[in-house]
Design a protein around this ligand. Structure first.
Ligand code: XMP
Length: 506
């Protein structure tokens, strides 16, 4: 495997994804807390950073057991750090080193640049530049403005590049990464969805033995793929619980239960609609809604799981981005992100936790699901928040408002599907606003609700942009909603990006 030492760059995860695209397994670790180097580690990549090597408290890794002993590639900050640390000079750049540039010079004998064409486009993004290299560092690539675009340390497998090979705008970036991980590090490209399934199933069998496991299905991609892996590993010892909290999409409960049963999973459906809606009665504050839903979910799930005898494990669909330790460049402390709707569930239930997907990025979860023949409809589903429609009904929730919003949402989502727009959108939904507006229908004046439609493009939900859905489509959907859903006389489309807005309105 490859280790990626993170200095806090926004692109670190992208490096990992590219390396994995080459079917080579890699892990991200904070620069100041990396694991023991054993024989499985074939090479190390140093990420970029928002810091400058000239900053007082710039991140400083301990490379004493790595440099000169293992293949090492510094990207951007990583390259500048090594240049500066081993006797060179890095200064603030006086020419622009942001955006595209072309490689003017390439040392054709250099392994890292094998098959890279002269003139190849690369993407720069840094405020500093390497002015002088240490004596035994040799320039192997340059652009018009940046002489030290790439270097190699003599008699070592140590390389630095000041541009970003991981971004799409570096046209041959994947080739450069391949040259490093395959040719220089000698990694075998055998980390595939099939090998992942095989190894994970085996590991789960070893870990779980004859123990019983319970898993909360949400209908989403992650819990579905986690369930299927466990199903392959332990068969009937896995029980899945799917809770209807009354805030799901229209027909969601029936459809999801049905498709899981088709997959051979042992699923228990729990209809807890009245319980959830009862507890939410009169509550309008968003965080309060989330807390209530989280708490009631735990109660319902716990009660259901207790009916199964001898359960020892709780399975969760946690994925890699949830467990990567993030680097805080403003201090040595590292924080671990944890983002769960049902935080507290394992503690409350006194169960051990098994997380079969915790090494995978979202796109890899899909590929693994595909490998296990899970239907594309499940794998291609848009994300849907745990608190469901409750955070799309602004203000107080009533069963009538839920029913109304389910109808609106259904028309919108089915419209996206039938116009072949569903897969172009990362997430979509409708919001019921606490606003009445005047309209006219026939000869009648109406005073009814406003709904907002939202469709966003994103890769991880952290940032998002609104999707430019065709006007013609929006017009049709708006008509259909107003004509068919009683109580709605106005439809608006949300054109804000995140940031500064968020995807959900609450
Ligand atoms: P925001 O609204 O923060 O949403 O831009 C980002 C992504 O997270 C989802 N979301 C949630 N998911 N529990 C969840 O499981 C929540 O409380 C929650 N709030 C927002 C949202 O749907 C989007 O995909």
């Amino acid at each position: 495997k490859i280790l990626i030492l993170d200095f806090g760059s926004q692109y670190t995860q992208l490096i990992a994804r590219r390396v994995r695209e080459l079917n080579v397994y890699c892990e991200i670790h904070p620069f100041n807390n990396f694991p023991e180097l054993d024989v499985t580690v074939k090479g190390v990549i140093l990420s970029g950073s928002p810091s400058s090597v000239r900053d007082q408290n710039a991140p400083v890794p301990d490379l004493s057991k790595i440099k000169g002993q293992l293949p090492l590639l510094g990207v951007c900050y990583g390259a500048q750090f090594m240049a500066q640390n081993y006797g060179g000079l890095v200064e603030a750049s006086d020419t622009r080193e942001y955006g595209r540039a072309n490689l003017k010079f390439i040392d054709s004998d250099n392994e890292l640049f094998r098959e890279i064409e002269k003139g190849s486009q690369v993407w720069m993004s840094h405020g500093d530049t390497i002015m002088k290299l240490p004596g035994n560092f040799k320039i192997v690539a340059s652009t018009g403005d940046v002489e030290v675009a790439g270097y190699k340390v003599e008699n070592e497998k140590t390389f630095g590049i000041q541009f970003h090979p991981e971004v799409y705008h570096t046209t041959q970036g994947l080739q450069i990464l391949s040259n490093f991980v395959v040719d220089v590090c000698g990694c075998r490209q055998d980390w595939t969805p099939a090998s992942f399934v095989e190894e994970t199933v085996q590991a789960l069998q070893d870990q779980l033995g004859d123990d019983r496991v319970v898993l909360g299905l949400s209908g989403g991609v992650d819990s579905s793929v986690a369930a299927m892996l466990l199903h392959k590993a332990i068969g009937k010892n896995l029980t899945c619980i799917f809770v209807d909290n009354g805030l799901l999409r229209k027909y969601e409960y029936e459809n999801v239960l049905d498709s899981y049963k088709h997959m051979g999973l042992n699923v228990i459906g729990v209809d807890a609609k009245d319980l959830f809606l009862g507890q939410l009665n009169g509550v309008s504050e968003p965080e309060q809604k989330r807390k209530i839903i989280g708490r009631v979910f735990i109660e319902v799930f716990d009660a259901e799981a207790k009916k199964i005898t001898g359960v020892k494990w709780l399975a969760q669909g946690t994925i890699y981005p949830d467990v990567i330790e993030s680097v805080s460049v403003n201090g040595p402390s590292a924080t671990i992100k944890s983002h769960h709707n049902v935080g507290g569930l394992p503690e409350k239930m006194n169960l051990k936790v098994v997380e079969p997907l915790k090494l995978l990025f979202k796109d890899e979860v899909r590929r693994v699901g595909n490998e296990m023949k899970i239907s594309p409809t499940i794998l291609g589903r848009h994300p849907f928040p745990g608190p469901g429609l409750s955070i799309r009904i602004l203000g107080e929730i009533t069963p009538e408002k839920v029913a109304l919003l389910q109808d609106v949402d259904h028309i919108f989502i089915e419209g996206l599907r039938s116009h072949n727009l569903y897969d172009q959108v990362w997430q979509a939904g409708a919001m019921l606003l606490p606003v009445q507006s005047v309209g006219v229908m026939g000869d009648e004046r109406t005073y009814e609700s406003v709904v907002a439609l939202r469709a966003v493009a994103s890769t991880d939900g952290m940032t998002a942009d609104w999707v430019h859905l065709p006007y013609e489509f929006l017009g049709r959907i708006s008509n259909e909603i107003i004509n068919r859903v009683k109580g709605v006389n106005r439809v608006v489309y949300d054109i804000s990006s995140k940031p500064p807005a968020t995807i959900e309105w609450e």
